[in-house]
Design a protein around this ligand. Structure first.
Ligand code: NI
Length: 434
């Protein structure tokens, strides 16, 4: 009899917990407005105080203070400024990782918002404005909101949640390392053993919509640097020297033939862009040195190797033709692999995103040539990375995109992101059982 009573009691407990787990979505709806008020306040504050990669000191402190106030396990100083929170659920289940990036960009804000950034700093020797032009302020604030809701309801959670606040997604200062790769190198996933990882990025797509491309979704990104050495001479007597600027001009033209003329991109998109050209100090001096820096985006490792070869060949040819010395370096400031949304995980979790957004979900078909270091996390465990539309409601024309000084995030769209991350976290342990 006693045994039966104990069993009944246990059964009742399980039923209550399960019932409550299902009710968490209803609870979230009831609390959503209050929670979103906080999220928006946090975002505006972070937006006003943007910090570049590996320098997110204030942001990291704000996050750590918040996580500590929720009474969960907090780690700081991972990969320079990274912060993690670990929520131990009351019920058996897997560990789910949720990731937000924290860094801003060397962009001077021109949005005219009341909470626009006025921060300036020195970047690559230039005085620059700093702005959350990629919306990572929104990612931070939303994940802080997710943390608050999940921590409050931890005893009903099946499994555990690892909150990852990652520095330097946009790349670390040269020679420092950083970002997702460095967090992993410091043993993050060994310590917490997450089974899956979810993340999101705000974008200039329709308000409150979630876009997700299953499979290879975002490109691999490689940086290249070409150094050209000539012989310096007076600008009036170029025949006395070897002009590295002429070689640079030829290189720029030739680099633009890699994708258009030298490789087969029928089934594999690729991009080669020049981003920086440096040479010279004065109108009447032909300098000794010049430099080209740019980015390569690919989805296929073999094609990438081919592109590297083509660039080396071009450099060799132009060096011979101009008498300059040319050296080529790839991935000098790191390399981001292709971001892959695990197809099986996508099939399993799609319904959660449809439910969270009330049907504002789009299965995206085209690969995106943007890159993400979320890819490092998704190489370790199955991952899903989705885009959240933060255009103003009803806006259909193209809005300034990520990295633009005019990029804005409509606060009212963020609740769809918050709900999506929470629904994925609540639903994954259920799906995983089936
Ligand atoms: Ni970004």
């Amino acid at each position: 009899m006693k045994k039966i009573i104990v069993s009944l009691g246990l059964l009742l407990m399980v039923l209550t917990f399960n019932g409550h787990a299902a009710n968490l979505k209803t609870d979230l709806d009831a609390e959503l407005d209050t929670l979103m008020e906080k999220v928006i306040e946090w975002r505006h504050d972070v937006h006003q105080h943007p910090e570049l990669g590996n320098r997110e000191f204030r942001t990291a402190k704000k996050i750590a203070d918040h996580l500590r106030s929720l009474n969960i396990k907090v780690e700081t100083g991972i990969a320079y400024t990274g912060v993690t929170g670990y929520i131990e659920g009351g019920l058996e289940g897997p560990t789910i990782a949720l990731r937000a990036d924290m860094d801003a960009l060397p962009v001077e804000e021109k949005t005219g918002l009341s909470y626009a950034s006025k921060v300036r700093t020195s970047y690559l020797g230039n005085d620059v404005g700093v702005m959350h032009a990629c919306g990572h302020d929104a990612h931070v604030a939303v994940l802080m909101g997710v943390a608050e809701f999940l921590a409050k309801n931890r005893r009903f959670l099946k499994g555990n949640v690892l909150l990852i606040f990652q520095p330097a997604e946009e790349g670390a200062p040269e020679g420092e390392g950083g970002g997702a790769k460095m967090m992993l190198a410091e043993g993050l996933f060994e310590r917490y053993s997450p089974e899956v990882v979810f993340g999101m990025h705000v974008a200039n797509i329709p308000h409150g919509y979630v876009f997700l491309k299953p499979g290879p979704a975002m490109a691999a990104s490689s940086a290249y640097r070409i150094k050209i050495k000539g012989v310096q001479s007076h600008g009036s007597r170029p025949w006395d020297g070897i002009d590295p600027i002429m070689a640079t001009a030829q290189l720029i033209s030739a680099l633009n033939t890699v994708v258009s003329r030298r490789i087969n991109i029928i089934n594999n998109p690729a991009v080669v862009s020049v981003g920086i050209v440096k040479a010279g100090t004065r109108n009447n001096i032909i300098p000794e040195d010049a430099e080209i820096i740019g980015t390569i985006r690919t989805f296929d490792p073999e094609l990438r190797a081919e592109i590297y070869d083509e660039i080396r060949q071009i450099a060799k040819g132009i060096a011979v033709g101009t008498g300059t010395k040319i050296t080529v370096e790839f991935d000098f400031s790191g390399f981001y692999p292709v971001t892959v949304n695990d197809p099986e995980l996508y099939q399993a979790m799609k319904a959660s995103l449809v439910e969270a957004t009330k049907g504002q979900f789009v299965e995206w078909k085209d690969p995106i040539t943007g890159a993400e270091d979320f890819s490092f996390f998704a190489q370790e465990v199955p991952g899903l990375y989705f885009s959240l539309g933060v255009n103003k409601k009803g806006v259909t024309e193209l809005q300034p995109g990520n990295h633009s000084p005019y990029f804005t995030v409509d606060d009212d769209a963020l609740d769809e992101g918050l709900k999506s991350l929470i629904y994925l976290t609540l639903d994954y342990p259920e799906i995983q059982k089936n």
